[in-house]
Design a protein around this ligand. Structure first.
Ligand SMILES: [Mg+2]
Length: 492
């Protein structure tokens, strides 16, 4: 059982070590130094509880945010679409495959995306629409198995072990099951496509679904895992992002096969015990991490109701800072970290709102949590008094991070989910590109562009043909913000 976790402390030590370490030459040990690998039968460890059957399924919707936009905006189908922060410091959350052809990638600064692909549609995210599709997806996955571990809105592991006819049967049955699942998801979500990977472990299932992208399925036969991953770059191993890959490159390790050839003892010296031992095992496709169903719904949060409503901005900021520190403390005590920071606000009139931002990777750092929570607080109108405040972190991560050596302070905000945006639009007449609106005469449409007191609207929905574009004054009383007009009815 791999039970090491990548805590903040480990990461900080790892970051320190980076500066202290000279670049060591690889010492070829004559026997494996890793205690538990005393008998390296088939190159795996004897305490491994690897599955004998391909019963871990990983599903990932293709270019999710961008695909939802193309579904709901017919004029964008087949075109380059970039969803993310449209402000000056925004980053790309998702790019459509058409935009990826021009080199646009997730977490890239929006300014760079604009210069690489100026013809793309640049849209701010519509979380209500994404959440509806996500609910449909997760409901369908839970019909397949009670063990579904969501990793984000559009990605999950599913444990198929209980399906004995599939698990004990041949790989073609798994392929058929995955095919039916993908077809169902496309139908139920109104046209989104999913890629599926199936294998004996989470590692292999995820690699397989990446290989299947877009809109495909790859099943990896038991016993062929090492053969599959050896020629791949080390980046396929979870936890090996650009920063870790760079450290490995400096010792001449580029592929999984080269990583496998480094004695585990060397990896431990180079990267520390937790990371080194983990990478040594994963490089051998040795992964017995279980599918954990409740992870995504778990969160760590604190909240306080005040005796008198607070209006003072400095005081509210201090409260948010203190709550962030308490959340960080609880996260590190439980050896958890999370990607989504949420601020809960109850006003004097008992109206309760939550806002959240999601990072590109997980954090348990109080400074990072406080910075994000303060940012969310800045958008709250506290003039009439705040009755309750809460800070929470969710999207709790597996101990394997996006990048084991990424500095948490550098993590870009990938998505910024403010449920009050529609109210903001109504109140301030600020229109966000991509958002839904309603015109009393022309009906449902979306914001094509806005600025200088004007708003340009394209009147079309998922169920209409590509529609016409018209421009109005931004404060035209005929215009109002609207809920998503997608093909999936609101479930809330
Ligand atoms: Mg996806």
């Amino acid at each position: 059982m791999l039970d090491a976790r990548m805590t903040g402390e480990v990461r900080r030590r790892a970051a320190l070590r980076r500066d202290l370490l000279p670049m060591p030459a690889i010492v070829i040990a004559d026997r494996p130094a890793w205690r538990k690998c005393a008998r390296p039968v088939d190159n795996r460890c004897e305490d491994s509880r690897m599955r004998g059957q391909a019963t871990v399924l990983h599903l990932d919707l293709d270019a999710f945010f961008a695909a939802v936009e193309q579904r709901d905006k017919p004029s964008l189908r087949g075109k380059a679409v970039v969803v993310g922060g449209v402000g000056p410091r925004g980053v790309v959350a998702t790019a459509s495959y058409e935009a990826r052809r021009h080199g646009v990638r997730s977490a890239m600064p929006m300014s760079e995306a604009r210069s690489r692909c100026p013809q793309a549609a640049f849209l701010s995210p519509r979380f209500e629409a994404y959440r509806r599709s996500s609910e449909v997806l997760m409901t369908r996955l839970r019909q397949l198995s009670p063990l579904v571990e969501p990793l984000s809105l559009d990605e999950a592991y599913v444990d198929l072990e209980h399906l004995t006819d599939v698990a004990g049967g041949d790989i073609r049955d798994v392929g058929r099951l995955a095919g039916d699942l993908r077809a169902d998801i496309t139908r139920l979500t109104g046209g989104l496509t999913a890629s599926v990977g199936v294998g004996t472990s989470k590692l292999v299932a995820k690699i397989a679904s990446d290989l299947a992208k877009p809109d495909g399925c790859v099943t990896v036969a038991p016993g062929t895992e090492q053969e599959l991953i050896r020629p791949m770059g080390v980046g396929v191993i979870p936890g090996v992002g650009p920063a870790t890959a760079e450290r490995l490159r400096r010792i001449g390790v580029h592929t999984v096969a080269e990583l496998e050839a480094v004695p585990p003892r060397e990896l431990v010296q180079l990267l520390g015990a937790a990371v080194g031992q983990t990478l040594a095992r994963l490089a051998r496709a040795d992964d017995d991490r279980p599918v954990v169903p409740e992870r995504e719904t778990k969160s760590v949060s604190v909240e306080d109701t005040f005796e008198t409503d607070l209006v003072d901005a400095a005081l509210l900021t201090a409260v948010v800072d203190r709550m962030s520190a308490r959340v960080a403390e609880r996260l590190s005590r439980e050896r958890l970290s999370g990607r989504t920071v949420t601020l809960k606000v109850r006003r004097h009139d008992f109206g309760t709102h939550t806002r959240s931002v999601t990072l590109a990777g997980p954090t348990d750092d109080s400074r990072v949590i406080a910075r994000l929570a303060r940012g969310l607080l800045r958008d709250v109108d506290a003039s009439d008094g705040i009755r309750l405040l809460g800070v929470g972190v969710s999207g709790l991560a597996d101990w394997i991070q996006d990048d084991l050596f990424q500095e948490v302070e550098e993590l870009p905000v990938l998505v910024d989910d403010r449920s009050e945006r529609r109210d903001e639009q109504r109140r301030h007449g600020r229109w966000w590109p991509g958002s839904d609106l309603w015109h009393t005469e022309h009906g449902a449409g979306w914001v094509w562009g806005a600025g200088s007191g004007r708003v340009t609207v394209r009147f079309e929905t998922a169920t209409t043909p590509a529609g016409p574009v018209r421009t109005f004054a931004a404060d035209d009383p005929a215009l109002s913000a609207a809920p998503p007009a997608g093909p999936i009815a609101s479930q809330s």
